[in-house]
Design a protein around this ligand. Structure first.
Ligand code: ADP
Ligand code: MG
Length: 324
């Protein structure tokens, strides 16, 4: 879908994005994760063609992004602007611009309202919708224009669990039934993990490995230990010193209820703060001063009887940490 080369975005002397090469495949819901300030919104706006990079090329479907057709790429901003009129008129607007006849407009809007689960909302003023409903209306407005791709910036901000669940379902259904791709930028890793089919991360404006978990920035001290901004210290296997980013693969972390006698140099005691069950794996988040995501199998979960608020040991080798 996208091919980016040598992208650089600077504001004055500050570099906010620096990406040598990035390919975003088609037929995906692609997640862009990363902490606040990592450049997600900037990248998303560049992908939408509404911001120009300082340097570099962006190919969209093998053509320069500037050659996209109107409505082909649609970005939904964090707080989508709603016209002060009905849900129906909000959706009709884009179609009227395209000089669509009234009957077709009606048919399209009825169909799209069902798709985003807003049937019954046609007459309601769009500005009175809840956050989740607004996001879904924004998707509906985009959908009637038949885009190839919809880009969403922090769609879950301010949404409660139920609204997130609804949004997740809507995105997945549209992707499957309408064959529309999505790129979602968010720091909500749980939502991304459950929604996306592909992912990459940004950290300080640079592309990080394809993982949405356990990315930390900090400093490697003279002893070769990594100190995360929050103060947590861990042993690494690297000659690098100074500022660095690390990634700890969730599958390389060992959880145990009792301290193990092992060669693992990184041992922390923490508290289980979140557990999410998927079909064939369980993600366990442990607070060790940072929130560390660990992966275990359903069998291990059963054997170990891990539950929220348990005190637990987290252990991993120095070589389980990737430094870049
Ligand atoms: P994210 O969406 O990941 O939180 P952003 O893309 O919004 O990150 O911002 C990345 C960096 O670029 C931040 O440090 C931010 O302060 C900076 N930035 C964004 N827009 C501007 C601007 N118009 N002028 C100067 N700096 C900006
Ligand atoms: Mg942002």
């Amino acid at each position: 879908m996208y091919e980016l080369k040598n992208i650089l975005k600077t504001y004055g002397t500050k570099t906010v994005l620096s990406i040598d090469k990035l390919i975003i495949k088609d037929k995906n819901i692609t997640a862009i994760s990363g902490p606040n300030g990592s450049g997600k919104s900037t990248l998303l706006e560049i992908l939408a063609g509404i911001q120009k990079p300082t340097e570099g090329q962006i190919q969209f479907k093998n053509k320069n992004i500037v050659k996209r057709k109107p409505g082909q790429v649609i970005i939904i901003l964090q707080n989508p602007i709603m016209f002060n009129t009905s849900v129906y008129s909000n959706i009709a607007f884009g179609l009227k611009v395209k000089k669509t006849d009234k009957k077709t407009i009606k048919q399209k809007i009825e169909a799209v309202l069902v798709l985003v689960n807003l049937n019954g909302f046609a007459k309601q003023n769009a500005r009175t919708l809840s956050g989740g409903e607004k996001q879904r209306l924004a998707i509906a407005r985009a959908l009637v224009l038949e885009p190839d791709i919809i880009l969403m910036d922090e769609p879950t901000s301010g949404l409660d669990v139920q609204a997130k669940e609804q949004l997740k379902k809507t995105i997945k259904t549209i992707h499957k039934d309408k064959k529309i791709d999505f790129i979602i930028a968010s720091h909500d890793t749980e939502f991304l993990f459950q929604t996306a089919t592909d992912a990459f991360s940004l950290l300080n404006g640079q592309q990080a490995p394809v993982s949405v978990e356990n990315l930390f920035s900090g400093v490697i001290n003279a002893n070769g230990n990594f100190i995360i901004d929050s103060g947590v210290e861990m042993t690494l296997s690297t000659f690098k010193r100074g500022k660095a980013n690390i990634l700890i693969f969730p599958e390389n972390i060992v959880l145990s209820k009792h301290l193990l006698k092992s060669s693992m140099t990184n041992v922390f005691k923490g508290e289980v703060i979140k557990l999410i069950k998927f079909d064939n794996e369980i993600k366990v988040w442990v607070d060790i001063g940072i929130e560390l995501c660990c992966k275990i199998t359903p069998i291990s979960l059963k054997k170990m009887q891990i539950t929220i608020a348990d005190n637990i040991f987290v252990e991993f080798k120095a070589t389980a940490i990737k430094v870049y």
